[in-house]
Design a protein around this ligand. Structure first.
Ligand SMILES: Nc1ncnc2c1ncn2[C@@H]1O[C@H](COP(=O)(O)OP(=O)(O)OP(=O)(O)O)[C@@H](O)[C@H]1O
Length: 289
């Protein structure tokens, strides 16, 4: 990850975001003039409090939201949204959320059809059988598993395996190891490390679980309410020189954040009343008091 002074080199970055603005419908901007560079071969941890924008950022990088023009969000020097070949060709992979679909008022419903793990994994076309076997072994997947009768962690293993079958160049991970047991998680992290070191792949990993990541990650990006507060090599993070424990360092950042938020002036009572559940201003409500 580079700061603004090093941007002459931006074409070589795996991910380059320039002056990005993004808002959900009817909301104030979550990202405003947001910039980020992630160099090839790096394993970048994306940290931040709940609701700070990690998932949204990963989805934007994965080309799931159209943001700005072609030059704003670049992955492998191509437009993340406009260049559909990035995802279809397998260079850009996104692993996040659960397998689900949105069903009317029921919201997100997990996909749990009666398919075998073998059916799912071997259904992915154009994969290298050696890589496939390696992943099946690494994730200890039983090909006979029926997807509607397995545990969350087992289902997640199949999802991860399918997502990694193509040798990605950029991988975006949104807290996918949360259901995995400790052995599966550590083996997977080791696999990711090899992918970066041997093939020059780039990984951005959003997580709240920091065990074992001090020696795994090469870079760290910290966002607060859509603002990039830190983006640097892990070895340059000043706080980690004093305290080698990433969990404590991130905890102290988030606690400071909470304190600052508490220090924000609260709205005077008259203004607070303007937001009524009936969508009327406080003046209209006065007639009903
Ligand atoms: N589909 C959506 N529509 C409207 N607002 C959304 C939507 N998804 C997320 N948000 C809002 O955007 C902000 C950022 O959410 P996001 O999911 O990116 O945060 P996060 O950092 O990934 O959080 P967490 O750590 O809880 O996963 C939050 O305030 C959230 O309420």
């Amino acid at each position: 990850m580079t700061d603004k002074g090093e941007r002459g080199n931006e074409k070589s970055n795996s991910i380059a975001v320039r002056g990005m603005q993004f808002a959900y419908d009817g909301q104030s901007p979550l990202f405003y003039d947001f910039n980020l560079d992630v160099p090839p071969g790096s394993r970048c941890l994306l940290v931040g409090a709940n609701g700070s924008g990690k998932t949204t950022l990963l989805k934007i990088l994965a080309g799931k939201h159209m943001v700005g023009g072609r030059d704003v969000v670049r992955v492998l020097n191509r437009s993340a949204f406009h260049d559909t070949q990035l995802v279809c060709g397998g260079d850009l992979a996104y692993l996040g959320g659960s397998w689900s679909k949105t069903v009317g008022c029921a919201g997100e419903v997990p996909l749990q059809g009666d398919f075998s793990a073998e059916h799912m994994i071997f259904g992915v076309e154009g994969t290298d059988p050696v890589r496939r076997d390696k992943l099946i072994e690494l994730l200890e997947i039983d090909l006979q598993w029926r997807m509607h009768k397995v545990s969350d962690g087992q289902r997640r293993r199949v999802q991860i395996c399918m997502g990694l079958l193509h040798p990605f160049k950029v991988l975006l991970l949104d807290e996918v190891t949360v259901d995995l047991d400790v052995v599966a998680r550590l083996d997977l992290l080791e696999f990711f490390k090899e992918e970066c070191e041997e093939r020059g792949a780039t990984i951005v990993y959003a997580t709240h679980i920091f065990d074992g990541l001090e020696t795994w990650a090469t870079h760290l990006a910290y966002i607060q309410n859509g603002d990039l507060k830190k983006a640097e090599k892990l070895t340059d993070v000043h706080e980690l020189k004093i305290c080698a424990n990433l969990l404590s360092v991130v905890e102290s950042w988030l606690r400071t954040e909470t304190k600052h938020e508490k220090m924000k002036p609260t709205m005077p009572p008259a203004q607070n009343q303007r937001t009524s559940p009936f969508g009327m201003s406080s003046r209209h409500m006065a007639y009903y008091r």
